[in-house]
Design a protein around this ligand. Structure first.
Ligand SMILES: [Zn+2]
Length: 227
């Protein structure tokens, strides 16, 4: 794959959207392999903040330890701080952010202030495909190896290739839980997509149901290149 051309004059901010199981994390990792910019995931950012031990980090830590959700305003502040780091000068890939309409609006204000060109990518995946992908996952309880009953089956059904231990299905990979997550996604995330579309943002939909991750990544790369 050709690397994404570096341009000095503009910073490109990639926002990856898609339902749970659409491969956002995979696509973000593939993209930064050929385009050396930071891959910023909210989870990692929160962990980094806690590790830093500064005043925001201590606040985040107290909320997370209490089992609470980190409020929008605090997450927004962390994102703003992260995007101001020198390694984000040419661009960055956001994974799992913005998650709410309010966050999306704050993000777009920030992009406008800093002259960041947004590239909104929507990974469109059929829900039945997501359910098949996620419900087929199996893991070895002993060594953690991952399998898929259809796409990456073990040599012997239900048994790990490496140590012969039994494979299990994670509780959150059951169909009922996945459907719940899809409903939550529609309630929270679809309004953000509508907001991006209606406000005339650069927006690219990539059909990702049956295509290989590398094919999908090539489409994303082209969209970043064109922004
Ligand atoms: Zn194993």
């Amino acid at each position: 794959m050709e690397p994404v051309a570096q341009r000095r004059e503009s910073c490109r901010g990639v926002i990856l959207f898609g339902p749970p199981g659409s491969g956002k994390g995979t696509q973000a990792k593939l993209l930064v392999e050929t385009w050396p910019v930071p891959h910023i995931s909210t989870g990692e950012m929160l962990r980094d903040a806690i590790e830093s031990g500064d005043s925001i980090g201590r606040e985040v830590s107290a909320i997370v330890r209490g089992g609470g959700l980190v409020p929008d305003a605090l997450v927004n502040l962390l994102v703003e701080r992260r995007l101001a780091q020198p390694d984000c000068a040419a661009g960055f890939v956001l994974d799992g952010y913005p998650r709410t309409l309010e966050q999306a609006k704050v993000t777009m204000d920030l992009f406008r202030q800093r002259g960041i060109r947004e590239v909104v990518i929507y990974l469109a995946v059929d829900y039945n495909v997501i359910i098949a992908r996620l419900t087929g996952r199996r893991q070895c309880a002993s060594c953690g190896a991952l399998y898929h009953v259809a796409f990456q089956p073990p040599r012997r059904d239900g048994v790990c290739d490496f140590d012969g231990e039994a494979l299990y299905q994670r509780d959150d990979d059951t169909e009922a839980v996945i459907r719940q997550r899809l409903v939550a996604y529609e309630e929270k995330t679809l309004p953000i997509l509508r907001y991006f579309q209606e406000s005339g943002r650069r927006w690219v939909e990539v059909a990702s149901s049956t295509e290989s991750p590398l094919w999908v990544n090539e489409r994303i790369r082209q969209a970043v290149e064109a922004a």
